[in-house]
Design a protein around this ligand. Structure first.
Ligand code: SF4
Length: 655
């Protein structure tokens, strides 16, 4: 019997209309757990690096994490992977909500698509019965509207629907997959779904998931729930409000946006408004938020309520969470009411709420600089908000200038020319980042930004505080119940970290300490993404309920696999290296491992070089960021080394 997982994947060949239920190899679970780990293995094994994101042989895999569908709190992530049209590397994006547990209850760990459907279709997974159905009547419909229509036509109000909007149908590089209470937004996953002709994947499942040692597992889950409760009653003092608690940053609960509005950048990530926040704005925004927020909501089996149902009079209800509350508002130099209104339209279109406002602000800036012309903006209203609505409509339809902007700032700037590339200043690995610009380089975040394979802000946040505490009392107070540290040395790193002087950024944490901290932070993200646990309860916040010391017992009790900390660290390293190898085979090298030039006001090229050198060495990679043969062999990835060698990547470049 298989425990925690179902042991079956659905393989769907869209070109041939063929559906297969395929038993999976349990050895792969021991090696990679599930989710991101086994998805990386599938991409490595089946899609050659020469394949383009929109080619027939690119694979789009929707995967549950290993613990999804078990009673583990927050085990609800769907990990979606493919080759990204934005970065041309492996793209992975995750969504919470309810979809992954439902797929498990239907009897599958993953749905793997290959080929392309000649017509727009949706897939209906109803336990053992799986159908490909015509979706021509859904063409052009919004993502939420699509879900409603499908639930009604199937008469299945409990079906979970992951759908694309118009943006995905038109292969917009910022297209998301929307799913009621969450979305997989980053890296153009929705564009690949649209290219394959899939409008939606609809799931209803009523089966059970087996656990190897249920009583022990339930006890562990109860401990986590108790910890969450205790931790919520004891926010971390001395850090900004959004980092004091657990979960995804509680933007839907909080009204005080002084920190974001004054520290993040407005427009095309250029302008800081130091004195923006005042009592009057706070009162106005509070009223706006409390009027449209009908209730706070959680993902499957989680008490945190990070999201909110937003209902603006006159337009249909949608879900919002985290910093997307402010992205449109700040990009358009507008106010919160506008942000809530345009986000509804953007969610129905199915676009990434981080990148899209930046692309629109970039277009406005190019127009102001005379690089885009009146002709490009023919018919566009002259007011800020009107311009944003107009641009959004053009982008998702790929009409006029929208056809170029739909490729994101990196590719659009290349197409536009005339100096536009200088305005696409906020990319890492061709992917638009949050409009965050800082003063002094922080060595830990330099490494996380530069080398992260997810290429997204949620992958760069972690369990080590982002800034030092000002007094020794605060530091001692923080470390005294810091049970999550993998090693006591991390407490010392924090105790010695000063705001100013020799032991402050950028030279402290030292190069070696920074590498240690990054490795810990990455490790937790990779484990979460293999297990399907929300990072909001593990890798992302300070002092979370899941950590390296209790994860092995969770995995063992759920699956029956004999897992200890050393074994789990080995799985993390294997998954990290496999993902790196997929991207190295796609051409990723050191030159691309850098944050935007203007991310920090003060840069330290020599130190940054040393940080990268040390990080690569620690990982067992060469100075181009390519895993060495020995590293791969130690991680049961000899077949990867062999392939890289055959392609001349290891021999030539490491030689
Ligand atoms: S912590 Fe928040 S985002 Fe994460 S599963 Fe819970 S409700 Fe969802």
């Amino acid at each position: 019997m298989r425990y925690a997982e179902t042991g079956f994947n659905l393989e769907i060949d869209l070109s041939r209309g063929n559906i297969e239920r395929v038993e999976t190899d349990p050895r792969l679970t021991e090696l990679h757990l599930g989710g991101l780990g086994t998805n990386a293995k599938i991409l490595w094994d089946r899609v050659p690096p020469e394949s383009e994101p929109f080619s027939l042989d690119n694979i789009l895999a929707f995967s549950t994490g290993l613990l999804c569908g078990t009673p583990a709190p927050g085990a609800n992530r769907t990990i979606v992977t493919t080759y990204s049209p934005q970065t041309l590397l492996m793209g992975y994006s995750m969504m919470g909500g309810f979809w992954a547990p439902e797929l498990k209850y239907a009897g599958y760990d993953k749905v793997i698509f290959r080929g392309k459907s000649p017509n727009l279709i949706y897939v209906w997974i109803n336990n053992d019965k799986v159908e490909i159905r015509d979706a021509s009547h859904l063409r052009g419909k919004g993502a939420g509207e699509t879900a409603e229509i499908i639930r009604q036509e199937l008469n299945e109000p409990k079906a979970q629907v992951a759908a694309i909007g118009l943006a995905g149908e038109n292969r917009v590089y910022m297209a998301s997959v929307e799913q009621g209470r969450s979305s997989a937004s980053r890296l153009g996953i929705g564009a690949v779904m649209g290219d394959k002709g899939i409008k939606a994947i609809v799931v209803r499942g009523t089966k059970d998931i087996n656990l190897a040692r249920p009583a022990e597992f339930i006890k562990l889950c109860n401990e986590v729930l108790q910890y969450i409760k205790a931790r919520e009653e004891k926010p971390v003092p001395g850090v900004m409000p959004i980092l004091a608690g657990l979960g995804s940053p509680a933007e839907m609960r909080l009204v005080d946006e002084e920190w974001h509005t004054q520290n993040f950048m407005w427009g095309n990530a250029r302008e800081r408004k130091r004195d923006y926040w005042n009592k009057e704005i706070e009162e106005k925004w509070k009223q706006t938020q409390e009027t449209v927020r009908t209730r706070l909501i959680s993902c499957y089996n989680c008490p945190m309520k990070c999201g909110a149902l937003i209902s603006v009079p006159g337009i249909s209800t949608y879900m919002m969470k985290c910093f997307s509350k402010l992205t449109y508002t700040m990009a358009a130099f507008s106010d919160l009411d506008f942000g809530f209104r345009i986000a509804q339209r953007a969610t129905e279109y199915g676009v990434d709420g981080f990148s899209t406002p930046q692309v629109m602000a970039f277009a406005v800036e190019l127009k102001e600089a005379g690089i885009l012309t009146d002709q490009d903006f023919a018919g566009c209203p002259s007011d800020n908000e009107g311009r944003f609505y107009w641009l959004l409509d053009r982008i998702v339809r790929r009409e006029g200038i929208g056809d170029i902007l739909a490729n994101g700032t990196y590719w659009a700037a290349k197409q536009i020319g005339k100096g536009a590339e200088a305005y696409a200043h906020n990319n890492i690995k061709k992917h638009e980042q949050l409009p965050l610009k800082l003063g002094m380089l922080n060595p830990v975040y330099f490494l996380m930004y530069s080398t992260g394979e997810k290429i997204n802000i949620t992958q760069i946040e972690g369990q080590f505080p982002q800034a030092p505490f000002s007094t020794m009392e605060e530091r001692e107070d923080f470390v005294k119940d810091w049970i999550q540290v993998p090693d006591e040395k991390f407490k010392k790193y924090l105790l010695d970290w000063e705001m100013r002087g020799e032991r402050s950024n950028p030279y402290y944490p030292t190069v070696d300490m920074s590498v240690d901290i990054v490795d810990w932070q990455e490790m937790m993200h990779y484990i979460d993404d293999a297990l399907g646990i929300c990072a909001g309860l593990s890798a992302f916040p300070l002092k979370p309920p899941y950590h390296i010391h209790n994860y092995p017992t969770f995995i063992s009790a759920a699956t029956g696999i004999d897992m200890d900390e050393a074994g789990l660290k080995q799985v993390y390293k294997r998954n990290r290296n496999l993902l790196r190898a997929v991207n190295v085979r796609k051409g990723l090298r050191r030159a691309e491992e850098k944050p935007p030039e203007d991310h920090w006001k003060k840069r330290f090229p020599e130190l940054e070089g040393k940080l990268l050198d040390a990080y690569y060495k620690f990982k067992g990679w060469d100075q181009q960021g390519i895993p060495t043969k020995e590293t791969l062999q130690e991680l049961d990835l000899a077949y990867v080394a062999e392939d890289l060698e055959k392609r001349g990547i290891i021999k030539n470049e490491q030689g």
